[in-house]
Design a protein around this ligand. Structure first.
Ligand code: SF4
Length: 249
């Protein structure tokens, strides 16, 4: 693929920010060095619902995770060397892209890794880039995803994740984009615009409220089972299978 073909194909696919990034990367006056700051804090649980892990999780699993007694008996996720490396390489690539975009003038350090806590909705999170400003003045929120091969569409849970950030991060712009970066050569870039969906978010906030109330009153009657019991494959991999009140009487 020629130098410009790559950028032209991002334009023909109607991408919002990738054509600007590709041009800027090519024209940039790269300094002898620039800092890259790697963040790992999202993996430390703080007692709030998180857009990345808890929007699609089943009711009973969230109940066990948030129940002060049951959570102690939950199984721990096994972090294999491969998984640990995946986390670290993913975090490092996020940091490289964030630092590049700061250096190229699309954003600033203050707009990177912006956190929120919303007590009313029991949620917290950290967005990759709150505000990225394009040369035409358009401002968008950006969530970065690293991948082995550029996708042709965005996963639904990724759209939901950035919608929750946009709805809770203070001073967030209305427009949202998921930016995919290929980990291997040729390090392709592709972005997808995400529309708002307040109805979807209201359903998630209502679910999270239901979980908090169920934990408070020790009453699971309003919750929906998220597996069909020990015969179900989901049960076999569930970290709450030893404590789930549905299957442990
Ligand atoms: S055992 Fe089944 S119902 Fe219980 S938390 Fe796990 S997946 Fe959900």
């Amino acid at each position: 693929m020629g130098i410009l073909d790559r950028t032209l194909s991002t334009i023909s696919r109607g991408e919002l920010i990738t054509p600007y990034i590709e041009q800027a990367v090519m024209m940039a006056d790269w300094p002898p060095e620039y800092p890259v700051k790697v963040y790992n804090k999202e993996r430390i649980w703080d007692g709030y619902f998180h857009p990345s892990s808890d929007a699609y999780s089943g009711d009973l699993l969230l109940y066990c995770k948030f129940h002060p007694e049951l959570q102690k008996g939950m199984l721990k996720e096994v972090i294999s060397p491969s998984l640990a490396m995946t986390f670290q390489v993913g975090s490092a690539l996020h940091a490289i892209i964030q630092s590049m975009l700061i250096h190229l003038g699309f954003t600033t350090e203050e707009e990177v890794e912006v956190s929120y806590v919303n007590e009313e909705r029991h949620t917290s999170g950290t967005t990759d880039i709150r505000k990225l400003t394009l040369p035409n003045g358009k401002v968008v929120m950006v969530d970065i995803k690293t991948c082995s091969k550029l996708p042709t569409s965005v996963r639904a849970n990724y759209k939901t994740q950035i919608r929750i950030y946009q709805d809770n991060v203070p001073d967030a712009p209305d427009d949202m984009v998921i930016l995919y970066i290929e980990k291997a050569h040729p390090h392709g870039i592709r972005d997808f615009v995400v529309d708002k969906d307040q109805e979807e978010l209201n359903g998630i906030y209502a679910k999270w409220n239901r979980i908090i109330e169920a934990v408070e009153f020790n009453d699971t009657s309003s919750l929906t089972p998220c597996c069909a019991g020990p015969e179900d494959k989901k049960f076999d991999v569930c970290l709450a299978r030893n404590v789930c009140p549905l299957w442990n009487h």
